[in-house]
Design a binder for this molecule. Structure first.
Ligand code: ZN
Length: 657
């Protein structure tokens, strides 16, 4: 472990609070110290209040901020004296504590102070740094962890036995620190939790964190418990798309809502999952309380979710009567599933959550394997994990955040998605919280959207191999597919039947009908496991109900596709898959409609371009965005009782009506 302090960089940070921001970011940049919102820091500053009086404030990290990216507004100013008085109380419930923290802030718009604020206040130093450093957690999560910590640090640290974060921990730390700290004290180690360092300057507190954690890392190296050799698991050739969607459905059932299931591609995850003793070493609980909520206590071994769910429920019933009151909130879905064949699967309400679970568990794997080398990994006792999971403050965190987007935890696949209507469908689905797999023959698809919810894949839908590969990638990435939007198609240009070459006819049929039939066939086994039921939207055309001369191949192919969709709706209803068709017309903001083409068409009718665009009953212009929005809504619960429908989106056409 090395210090990331950079003298030149540090010069940009001048005030006490700015320097607090700087070293907090330094801590946040090192994943061996801080992961995804873990850890917290503070600085004590005297400021003049509005009455002109001097007031001592604790600026402590606010919830919702990640140390890596924290800025000054991420620190909540709380009256220090009040916190010190609170630390002297005998008892203070969690809700009372949160209330005190919030009402003693001097800035109403600051974030909620960290639940470890009282602990920060109680340490008599200007700067206080706290992390859940991997090396410390590794050593303290072993049978004789305390002895090892004493061996490494001697009397330079105060050691606190495990207590759940909150008021009791703050009180215990304040008490022990007051009686045990001496001139030699450099830090404080919290068993099964992490480490505190402190100092008169931001740099000293930070450098001491690096020094002490470095000692722990060196100890692990010296004990030959640092380097982990990866065994290569057997290569399996099987289709994830035949297995994962059904598993995801069960996980979602246990969660009570649709969940994303991500299959980790990380070698470390694959090798750990395939280990002989994985069931023993992985089932002993999380490494630190900070990981409990986000990795949902014990990872699950094997893919029998029903067995896991019932074991999990029993675990809570046995552990406490509290579980009965809070049963309604019980989401018993595992967040990590380890399977010898499938590897490591990470579960989350969103892909972002699943990625955080993956990241945290990859670090947990290091911690477990290193602790195993130290003589055996030993996590928190069951009761402590239970308390943590039901901790009032954690529950409050989970409940926050308002209404979930309509497609949260769901996955859509859109074909022909690089431009026009397809791209608009992707936008509308992403905007409603879906993870979206977008296919197109144009390789630009791979980087069309920049969000973890988006997976763009180059795919020629005429290639059955490429379709199968794309579905496999979609399932590996997100666990399944809930919504399928078949938009890709081709328009060959105007040919009268007498001039229509058979090759063109066949090509149009191949793209507009054959390819879509193969996608439907291949996606059926995935869609039937959609937790909320599968949904298919087919992009038809006004030419189906109202064909025009010169478009024989196109109109006939879209009519065949519409008929295919109608039959799919008949066959798939019993599998809870809805299939509906949209018939757009005159969507002019797509690639085919260049300005010249538009002008030519308008001239043909002897009208202006704007008038031509609104040549429909409602005299309205139809955009790709309109079609994207209707496509997304067709997949939403509003249309949950509709299947086999054909819906025009054309501004009203007297030939269709
Ligand atoms: Zn902590």
């Amino acid at each position: 472990m090395h210090s990331r302090w950079n003298e030149e960089e540090s010069l940009q940070f001048k005030t006490d609070l700015e320097l607090r921001v700087y070293t907090s970011q330094l801590l946040g940049r090192d994943p061996a110290l801080v992961l995804h919102g873990g850890g917290n820091t503070s600085v004590k500053i005297t400021e003049k209040n509005i009455l002109g009086e001097n007031e001592e404030l604790l600026y402590v990290k606010g919830s919702g901020w990640d140390l890596e990216f924290i800025e000054a507004p991420g620190f909540a100013p709380v009256r220090l004296n009040h916190l010190l008085k609170l630390a002297k109380l005998d008892v203070l419930s969690d809700p009372e504590m949160v209330n005190e923290l919030k009402t003693q802030m001097t800035n109403a718009s600051a974030p909620t102070p960290s639940v470890e604020a009282i602990l920060h206040a109680a340490l008599p130093y200007k700067y206080v740094d706290h992390t859940h450093a991997n090396a410390i957690v590794t050593i303290t999560n072993t049978e004789d962890g305390r002895k090892r910590i004493e061996e490494i640090y001697g009397d330079t640290v105060v050691i606190i036995d495990y207590i759940m974060p909150g008021f009791d921990l703050a009180k215990q730390c304040a008490k022990q620190f007051a009686s045990e700290a001496s001139a030699k004290t450099q830090g404080m180690i919290l068993m099964n939790h992490g480490i505190f360092t402190f100092g008169p300057t931001a740099r000293e507190a930070y450098e001491m964190m690096i020094t002490l954690v470095d000692k722990a890392e060196k100890y692990l190296i010296q004990q030959d418990a640092w380097k982990i050799t990866l065994s290569t698991p057997n290569k399996n050739s099987f289709s994830k798309r035949n297995i994962l969607p059904a598993l995801r459905k069960n996980v979602s059932k246990a969660a009570g809502t649709a969940m994303i299931l991500r299959c980790s591609e990380h070698e470390k995850a694959k090798s750990f999952s395939a280990k002989q003793n994985v069931s023993k070493i992985s089932q002993q609980g999380p490494a630190t309380p900070d990981h409990v909520i986000r990795t949902k206590q014990l990872p699950m071994i094997g893919t029998d979710v029903d067995a896991y769910t019932s074991a999990y429920k029993k675990y809570f019933e046995l552990n406490s009567a509290q579980a009965k009151d809070k049963k309604a909130m019980l989401d018993s879905a595992p967040r990590v599933i380890l399977d010898k064949t499938l590897g490591m699967l990470c579960v989350g309400k969103t892909i972002k959550d699943a990625c955080i679970v993956e990241d945290i568990y990859l670090h947990t794997i290091d911690i477990i394997q290193r602790a195993e080398k130290l003589g055996g990994y030993k996590a928190l006792p069951d009761q402590d994990i239970f308390d943590m999971e039901y901790w009032d403050l954690e529950q409050a965190k989970l409940k926050k955040g308002g209404k979930a987007p309509v497609f949260q935890g769901e996955v859509a696949l859109v074909t022909g998605a690089a431009s026009g209507i397809g791209k608009a469908c992707v936008s509308s689905l992403l905007a409603r919280g879906a993870a979206v797999v977008a296919l197109d023959i144009n390789p630009e698809i791979e980087s069309a959207f920049e969000t973890t919810s988006y997976l763009g894949l180059s795919c020629d839908i005429n290639s059955q191999t490429q379709i199968k590969q794309s579905l496999e990638q979609a399932v590996t990435h997100f666990g399944g597919i809930d919504m399928l939007v078949l938009n890709a198609g081709m328009f060959p240009g105007g040919f009268k039947i007498a001039e229509l070459e058979v090759d063109i006819w066949r090509k149009v049929m191949q793209v507009n009908v054959d390819a879509n039939q193969f996608i439907l066939k291949s996606a059926f086994h995935i869609l039937q496991h959609a937790p909320n039921g599968g949904r298919v939207v087919i992009m038809g055309s006004k030419n189906v109900p109202a064909p025009g001369p010169g478009a024989a191949a196109y109109s006939a192919s879209k009519a065949a596709l519409t008929q295919l969709a109608r039959i799919a709706s008949l066959e798939w209803g019993e599998h809870n898959i809805r299939v509906n068709t949209l018939h757009p017309d005159a969507v002019f903001d797509t690639g085919i409609w260049t300005d010249e083409v538009l002008q030519a068409r308008a001239a043909h009718y002897g009208i202006g371009v704007e008038q031509y665009k609104r040549k429909n009953i409602l005299k309205t212009e139809i955009t790709s965005h309109d079609v994207g929005e209707l496509t997304a809504e067709l997949c939403s619960p509003i249309f949950s009782k509709t299947t086999g429908a054909q819906i025009p989106i054309d501004g009203g056409n007297d030939r269709v009506i």
